[in-house]
Design a protein around this ligand. Sequence first.
Ligand code: BGC
Length: 381
Amino acid sequence: MKGKKFVWMLLSILIISSFALAACGGEATPTETTTTGGGETLAVGIVLPTKDEPRWIQDETRFKEALQNEGYSVEILFSQGDSAKEKQNVETLISKGIKVLIICPHDSTAAAASAEAARAAGVKVISYDRLITDTAAVDYYVTFDSVSVGKAQGQYLVDHATGTGNPLYLYAGAASDNNAFLFFEGAWSVLQPKIVDGTFVIKNSSEAVALQDKPTLTREEMGRIIGQITTNWDFNVAKNLAESNLTAATAADKGDVFILAPNDGTARAIADTFAADTDVTSYVITGQDAEIASVQYIIDGKQSMTVLKDVRVLVADAIKAAVTFLEGGTPEATTTYNNGVIDVPAKPSEVISVDQTNLIAAIIDSGYYTADQFTGLENLK
Ligand code: BGC
C-alpha cells in the first residue's frame, strides 16, 4: 500500500476512549478517539453522525479494523445527531492539523458550514455515505448506490405481491438526509407502476396518493411525501407513526400488507407494531444495512429482507481516497452527484438484496458476520 511511505503511518495505533463536553448544556457525550502514540501531526479526521444507531458503530468498527491493519494516524469523532456538535468536532480536528476530513453529515445542508471551514483551512473534504449539499466545498463522495438500495427494496415488495389491491404502507428516512430522497426515488421508480396497475394501494400517505400517477417525482414532490411518512431515522418516531397509521386504517386496509421501511432500525420498530395488530394477517417488510439484530429478525421470519451495504468496501474506498489526496492525487471517480451547487466526483458501490434464501451466502460465507452471532441459522438450510 502506497500510503505506508508516510512516516505518520508507521506508528502503531493506540485506542483512547475519552469524553468530551457536548456543544450545549455541558452534558457529557462519548467521543471515541483513535490516534497514534507518537505525537505525530494528525493526518485524517473522521466524523460520524451518531453512536445511537448500530449502522454507524459498524462503520467505526470497520474503520478501526482497517486502520489497525494499515497503521494510519486518524481520529474518529461522533456528532450525536447534533449539527453544532458536528461543527465543533470538525473545528477540533482542523486545529489538530488534519489534511483530510472524512465526514458523514448528520444534516446534509447544515454540514456545508463545516465543509467550508475545512476547505478554508486547506483540508480536503470527503463526504462519507451521505452527501453534504449546498456548498462547493466537497472534494469527493464515497457512497453506496443509494438509488439502487431503494430499487432493491421496492423490487422485493413487487416480487412478493400477487393479485391486486394489496395494502402498501410507505415509510422514509430523515428529510435532512439527502440519502432519504435517493432511497425513496429508487423505491418509487419500481413501486409506482405497480400502484398504477392496481397491484398496490397506498394506505398511509395522501400526498403519495395524489402523486401516484407520476413515474418520476421532483425533489419538492418527494419532500411532500416524505413529510408525511418520515421516521426521522428514529425507532420511536417509526413506531409511533406506524401505530397512528394502523389506528387510522380500517380492518380492510390491513390483512396481508406490504411495507416499505427505509432501514433496519426503523423496520424492526415498524414490523413489531404491525405484528401486534390482530387485523394484520401477514406482512412483507424491507430494510437496509444488514444490522445484526435485523439479520436475526430475518432468520426468525420477523423482517423479510435487508439491503447489505458492505461497510468494509466503503471504509476501504474512503481510506484509499484520503491517501490519494495526501499524496497530492485525485481519487478515482466513476460518476458525479449534484449537491445543489456542484457535481461532486464519486464512486458508488454495489449493494446486495438479502433474505432467507441467500442470507448464509451473503452474510456468513462472505465473512461479513460469523455464524456464532446468530441463532437458528440451521433452519435456513
Ligand atoms: C444511511 C443508512 C442509515 C441511515 C440512518 C443513511 O444515510 O445510508 O445506511 O441506515 O442513514 O442512519
